[in-house]
Design a protein around this ligand. Structure first.
Ligand code: PMT
Length: 220
């Protein structure tokens, strides 16, 4: 078991950004990609801390699950748990923006007028993890793209100070949000691997193995 004695922190699922007590802004992430990564790391012997947004699938047995709701919660949990990790894999889909204020009561219709909701930018959790990363840690991020996949992903790999990025074109049938399969390109600063359609379970195994190879290189 290659990851025995190692700790892997995996983030998964969407965030919810509250508008009022009954409404929120979110996205279509199901948690399937992140939960498959957590399972793959567990199967390879790791201790796994799974930081998860609200999803409807069960956590893999043995994972230490930390529930979060918003991107700000995700940031808090990442700052708390990332220092314990040998490998951090950020597959969650955090919201880039949140409502500027949260109404304490249910927002009412405005009698025919448009409603304008002002959004403020959320912190870039991955960039914060990347900034605080130690030399002996491996940090993996994802890129969910709809266009210019490779160029955008390369930019994110650098901007977030990650060691590896898993780019998925979420417009391709069978890839991205809320399906059991994915189509990925994995890149490091030196290498690029293009993968065909495969199950998220299979892709998760490849991601964790590649992260382990990088970890070995850093701790040789
Ligand atoms: O959960 P599933 O239904 O299985 O779907 C899987 C997935 C599509 C969610 C997954 O494969 C994926 O692509 N996850 C990343 C989604 C995303 O937020 O991508 P991005 O390109 O917007 O962000 C780039 C990286 O920065 C990601 O690692 C993201 O987690 C991170 N990020 C983004 C915004 C933010 N405010 N903080 C971040 O840390």
């Amino acid at each position: 078991m290659i990851l025995t004695g190692r700790t892997v922190v995996v983030t998964a699922g969407p965030t919810r950004e509250r508008l009022d007590p009954v409404r929120y802004i979110s996205n279509f992430s199901s948690g399937k990609m992140g939960y498959s990564i957590a399972k793959a790391a567990l199967d390879m012997g790791a201790r796994v801390i799974l930081i998860s947004g609200p999803v409807s699938i069960p956590a893999p047995e043995g994972a230490e699950k930390v529930d979060i709701e918003s991107t700000l919660d995700l940031l808090d949990a990442a700052l708390k748990f990332a220092p314990e990790a040998d490998i951090v894999i950020q597959s969650a889909a955090p919201a880039d923006y949140r409502p500027e204020s949260v109404s304490p009561v249910k927002m009412k219709k405005k009698g025919g007028d448009d409603m304008v909701i002002r959004l403020v930018e959320n912190p870039d959790v991955a960039a914060t993890i990347g900034k605080n990363k130690r030399d002996d840690q491996v940090f993996v991020v994802f890129a969910a793209e709809t266009n210019d996949v490779i160029d955008n992903a390369k930019g994110k790999l650098m901007k977030k100070n990650a060691d590896m990025i898993v780019a998925n074109d979420v417009t391709k049938p069978g890839a991205g949000f809320n399906v059991d399969t994915n189509i990925a390109t994995i890149m490091t600063m030196e290498e690029r691997f293009d993968y065909p359609l495969m199950s998220k379970t299979e892709l998760a195994g490849i991601i964790v193995e590649k992260a382990f190879e990088l970890l070995k290189g850093k701790n040789a």
